[in-house]
Design a protein around this ligand. Structure first.
Ligand code: ADP
Length: 397
């Protein structure tokens, strides 16, 4: 048995889960937030308890130190020697990383180099990695990239029709995102269908605040909706998804803004937030729709149409599919959105069981026995994938 820490470090937060492997049981989990501010928040869940404290966390290093000391103080681990490996989620691995990797100087340099493509994420991951290196110098660390799963896309799926030199000089292409989630859900779906992974064709709809859809054949990604950055694809909490790029120069001229200011609006003030005018949170927009607000209903219809467009085009690309899976905050919880999408897919032979769709429980099938394509809700579990890769890459027994 080995205890593995799965970490997702952001610019001001560290999310973590301590898992017992290979059993994959969660021993403790939580998050440290507001790092660098006057007062931080440390939430820790273990043994069915949830505790919140408000320590001062000047940098990630103090956060990691406090986390590890707390694990020992609470008896969650007897000593830090029990932690056999640390796995870090990293958003952007570019074309360089085709698999998860041990952390060494070269890996850190590459992750830093790729920060151009993930300016909010990669630098924060490096800070998190270094904080754990300092606190646990003898424990192997592994980086698990969101982009790796999408590296199996064929050229025709990842290339943009832009001047080819842009790809050669600057790496302009589709990299995708949420790969760890797409991988977990497609593997789990094959298990639920009781079919060998290599014989499956699955479309995964990861619908959270950020959202992406991917076409997975034989366990390998063939296409995905997110692009060079997580702005491409379907509309999301605050992001537009696809639009005509001319909108950028048009708004620059109309509102006297720079291109990066407008792109910032496309990233942070659009999607659910921009369309509904209420919130980026689907719960608030649902409330607006139930109160009869046209823009709230429109927000869901625009997104559902785009989801269905992607699913239908991936269905064609894969030459049919066995299952469509819904995952992440909205995919797992928003029954009216799933119904909206499923109804649009009826011409493909999709038949949703409205009762199963309405019933609240975790992992389940929500299509009728007659449906030509199975519909599943599969709660995502990126942490377990990080822990599995940490064990595999660091060869932990
Ligand atoms: P991310 O990890 O990208 O920040 P999540 O996967 O947590 O996003 O999804 C966040 C979205 O899921 C929000 O729009 C939120 O409203 C929605 N969501 C989460 N829980 C529920 C719920 N119980 N009912 C309806 N919507 C929910």
């Amino acid at each position: 048995m080995a205890k593995i820490m799965a970490v997702n470090a952001g610019s001001s937060s560290i999310k973590f889960q301590l898992l017992e492997m290979p059993a994959e049981t969660v021993i403790a989990s939580g998050v440290m937030e507001r790092i660098g501010l006057a007062e931080g928040i440390f939430t820790l869940k273990y043994n069915g308890k949830k505790e919140e404290t408000h320590p001062v966390l000047p940098t990630h290093a103090e956060g990691v130190e406090l986390l590890l000391n707390t694990l020992v103080e609470k008896g969650i681990v007897k000593s830090l020697d029990e932690i056999s490996g640390v796995g870090h989620r990293v958003v952007q691995g570019g074309e360089y990383f085709k698999d998860s990797s041990l952390v060494d100087e070269t890996a850190l340099e590459k992750i830093a180099e790729l920060a151009d493509l993930a300016p909010l994420h990669n630098p924060a991951h490096i800070i998190g990695i270094k904080a754990f290196q300092k606190a646990l110098p003898n424990v192997p660390e592994v980086v698990v990239f969101d982009t790796v799963f999408h590296q199996t896309m064929p050229e025709e799926a990842y290339m943009y029709a832009v001047p080819y030199e842009w790809y050669e000089k600057y790496g302009i292409r589709k990299y995708g995102a949420h790969g760890t989630s797409h991988k977990y859900v497609s593997q789990r779906c094959a298990e639920l269908m009781n079919k060998p992974l290599k014989d499956t064709k699955i479309i995964v709809c990861h619908l959270g605040n950020g959202a992406s859809i991917s076409a997975v054949e034989g366990g390998l990604c063939k296409d995905t909706s997110m692009g060079l950055t997580p702005l491409e694809g379907i509309p999301m909490g605050t992001r537009t998804g696809n639009i005509d790029p001319t909108v950028v120069s048009y708004i620059c001229a109309k509102e006297n803004k720079t291109a990066s200011e407008v792109v910032n609006i496309l990233n942070k003030k659009s999607g659910y937030l921009g369309m509904s005018g209420r919130s980026n949170d689907a719960r608030d927009v649902t409330k607006g729709m139930e109160e009869g607000d046209h823009r709230c209903k429109l927000t869901f219809d625009v997104q559902a149409k785009r989801i269905a467009d992607y699913v239908a085009s991936y269905w064609l690309y894969l030459g049919g599919c066995d299952a469509i899976c819904f995952t992440a905050g909205m995919g797992e919880n928003l029954k009216h959105l799933r119904l909206n999408v499923a109804k649009r897919l009826a011409p493909l032979g999709v038949e949703i069981d409205e009762k199963l769709n309405d019933t609240f429980s975790d992992e389940r099938i929500i299509s009728t026995p007659n449906s030509k394509i199975k519909l599943y809700i599969i709660p995502t579990n990126e942490e377990v994938m990080i822990a599995r890769d940490t064990v595999r890459i660091a060869n932990i027994k």
